[in-house]
Design a protein around this ligand. Sequence first.
Ligand code: MN
Length: 715
Amino acid sequence: MIRQYELVERVKSYDPGVDEEALNRAYVYTVKAHGTQRRASGDPYFSHPVEVAGILSSMKLDSASIITGLLHDTVEDTEATIEEIEELFGQDIARLVDGVTKLSRIELQSDQSKQAENFRKLVLAMSEDIRVLLVKLADRLHNMRTLQHLKDADKRKRIARETLDIYAPLAERIGIHEWKDELEDLAFGEINPEIRQSILARLDFLRDKSSNLVQQTVDELKRTLANSGIDAWVSGREKRPYSIWLKMQHKAVEFEQLSDIVAFRIVVKTVEDCYRALGVIHNAYRVVPGRFKDYVSNAKSNGYRSLHTAVFGPQGQRVEVQIRNTEMHEVAEFGVAAHWRYKAGDIKTDGRQYAWLRELLDILEHAAGPEEFLEHTKLEMFQDQVFCFSPKGEVFALPRGATPVDFAYAVHSAIGDSCVGAKINGRLVPLRTQLANGDQVEIVTSKAQTPNPTWERFVVTGRARARIRRYVRTQQRQQYLSLGREILDKAFRQAGEQMTEKALDGVLKAFKCPSVEELYVQVGEGHVTGAAVVNAVFPGRKEKETAAKPVRAPRRGAKSADKKTSLSVPVRGLIPGMAVHYAGCCHPLPGDRIVGIVTTGKGVSIHTIDCETLEQYNEQPERWIDVGWEEDAVDMPRVGRIDVVIANEPGSLGNLTTAIGKSEGNIHNLKITNRSQDFFEILVDIEVRDVKHLTNIIAALRATPSINSVERARG
Ligand code: MN
C-alpha cells in the first residue's frame, strides 16, 4: 500500500501548487472513517481508497480527483455524510464524491436491467464532470486487481463481465489505453482462464522461437529512418492476450509468428515527420495492402491520432507499424488524463464537450428501456470507425460497417425516417452498401417514406436501430390489432353471434387485458384464441358448438397447432404452410446470414449466404426468398460443422475434445475423412447455441496445441 507521505510527494512532483494540507486531511479522514473495516483479502479497508488514489496519481491527475479517490467509499460504507465532506473539503469535492457514491449504490445489483440503469447513471454523472468517471475507473481497476479474494464465484464472473462490457470500453473511449488493457486482461482471466492460459503459453513459445526478432526489427527500423535523416524513437510492444483473442475471433486469424502479436511504434517530433517517416517505411519495405489508416488528419472520437500501416518487414514477416509524434503519443497513452499533465489550471471537466458522450445521452433519451440502451451502446463501443462527409463537407464518424441509413440517422432522425436512396461519391447505391472511409454521402429523401423494418438487418448504429425498432413496434401493434379484430369477428360469426365491443368489455378481466384494443392484439399475436373469447362471452355455447358442428372444432384446433409448429422454426420471411429444412451442406446457425431456396416437393431449404451450393440457383432468382432468424432463435441448440486438421500424435484428439467441451460445445458426431502420416482431417458436428458460440469454439481450437487448422465446413 502506498504511504501517506509517498502519495503527497508523488502529487507534488507533477503539481507543485497542490494543497498538501487538504490531501493529508483526506488521507487521515478515510483511515479514521473506515476504522477497523476489512476487505475480502483481509487487508484493512482503507488500503482500497488509498490504492485508488495511488492509481489516480500515477495518471498525474489533479488533487481534487486524488482526494475524491481517497474519500470515494466513505459516504457509502461509513458514518460519514456528504454534508460533512462538503464542510471539510468544499463543494467541488463533495459533488465528485456524491457522483461516485451514487454509482456504487446500484453497482451490486445484478440483473440486466439494473446493470443498464447503472450505466445510465454513470453516463449522466460523467457528462457533468468527467473526473467522476476517472475515479470510478480507478476504483474498478483496484477491485479487479483484488478480485481473486472474493469467494463467491458467480459474483466474480459478474463483475468481470461488467468490466468487459462497460468499464473497459469506457476507458478506451476516454483514451486511457493502459487502464483499458489491464481491465480487459484481468476480466478475461476470470471469465476464460483456460483460453487465456493457452494464449500465454503460445506467446512464450513464439518468444522463445524467435528470440530477439523484436529487437532486431526495432534496430533495423531505426537505422532505416536514421539513414533518411529522421530522428525517431522506435519500440515493439506485445499485444495483450485479450486483444489477441478478440482478433482471432473477429478476423478468424491465427498467430503463427511473433510479428503477428507485436505492434511497432515510431515516435517522431512533428506532424510532418510522421508523414516523412511513413514515406521512408513504405519506400523501404513492401506494403501489406489495405492496412493503411490515417488517424492523424481524421482523429478518432477519443482524440487518438496516429498513422497505421503494415509492411513486410526486415525479416520478410508482416509487421504492424504505428507512427505518431510525442504529443499524439501522450494522448494515445493517457487519453483525457493527458490534459492534466501540462495544462493544470485551465481544465475543462464538463463531459458534454465530448461528442460521443452527447451521443450516448441522446440514445439514452430515445431508447425504449435501459436494456435496449445498453445493447446499442455496448455494441457501438467495440467497433472501429469510418469517417464520411456530407455534401457540405461536414464529417461524420460512424462505426465500421455503417450504411447510408446509419449516416442519414446520424445527420438527423427525420432524414433517416424519410430516406429512400443514397448517392456515394455521386453514384446511386443500395441502402445496405457499407460506407468506406472518406466517402461523400448524399441522402435522397421522400416525404412518403417511413422507416423500413428490413433496415434493422443491416444498420449498425444504436441510434438508427433504436428509431427503426420504435417505428416497427408501433407498426406491428397496429397490424396485430386489426388481425386480432378480424379473427374475433370471424369466430363470432361462425358461432352465429354478433361481436360487440361492449360484450368484449365484459370479459377483459378474464384475459387480463386493460382494454379491448389490447385483447385484439393478444388474439392477433396468437396468445389468446378466438374460440376462447367466444366461450368467455357466451359460456355454455361450447358444448352446443362442438355437438352441432363437430368438424369445426378440430379444424380450429389444428390451425392453432399449425401456427405453433411454424413458430418453432425460428426463421422469418417464410411462406406460411410450406415445409422448411436446414441444408445439410452448410449447416446454418442462428446468427448466420441466410437465404431460402424453394425446392420442388421439399419446401424451402435454408442455406448460409456463402454456401457453395447456392451457385446452381444463380439463374433462378424466383426460387430465392429473403429470410432471417427470429430474435429468439438462439434458445434452441443447433448443429454446426467444422473441418479440423490435427497432428497425428498421442493426445491430440483428447486436446480437441477437451477444448470443445471447455467452450461448452457438445460433440454430436465425429468423422475422420482423411489420414496421412502426419495429420488427421476430421469433420466434427457440434451442438451450439448460435454462430457466435461456434466462432468461439473455433478460436479456442486455434489456440490449442497440436491442432493444425480449423475451418467451418462449407458445402
Ligand atoms: Mn471503492
